[in-house]
Write a protein that binds this ligand. Structure first.
Ligand SMILES: [Ca+2]
Ligand SMILES: [Ca+2]
Ligand SMILES: [Ca+2]
Ligand SMILES: [Ca+2]
Length: 111
């Protein structure tokens, strides 16, 4: 019997593996591939389908609306907090306080 049912070939409209239907949802996320008229723009990645949340800075169109990383702020991966963070509470002011402390100690040592 098994020899009559070889491995399923997706999207060809033929039920090769005898499970009753052609395979139209390869990644199993519940959305048929666009190849067969479905909405899954990348049927091979279960994280990508029309109901998925767009994920920023991935360079991928997770929600299949044909726009990549829409609604995302441009975030520099080398400086995730941005300039405002590093200016107010970051290493700049920290280094300034450290320098003041060293200066104070040096002044005390000399007195
Ligand atoms: Ca098939
Ligand atoms: Ca099948
Ligand atoms: Ca799918
Ligand atoms: Ca998108």
């Amino acid at each position: 019997m098994d020899s009559d049912c070889p491995e399923e070939i997706p999207y060809d409209g033929i039920d090769q593996d005898c499970d009753g239907s052609d395979l139209t949802d390869v990644d199993g996320d519940g959305f048929d591939a666009v190849e067969v008229g479905g909405d899954d723009c990348r049927d091979g990645n279960p994280a990508i389908h029309p109901d998925a949340q767009e994920s920023c800075a991935t360079g991928a169109d997770e929600d299949c609306d044909a726009v990549v990383d829409e609604g995302c702020e441009i975030i520099d991966p080398a400086d995730p907090g941005g300039w405002s963070w590093s200016c107010s509470t970051g290493p700049v002011s920290g280094g300034l306080w450290l320098a003041l402390g060293v200066l104070w100690l040096a002044t005390r040592a000399r007195a």
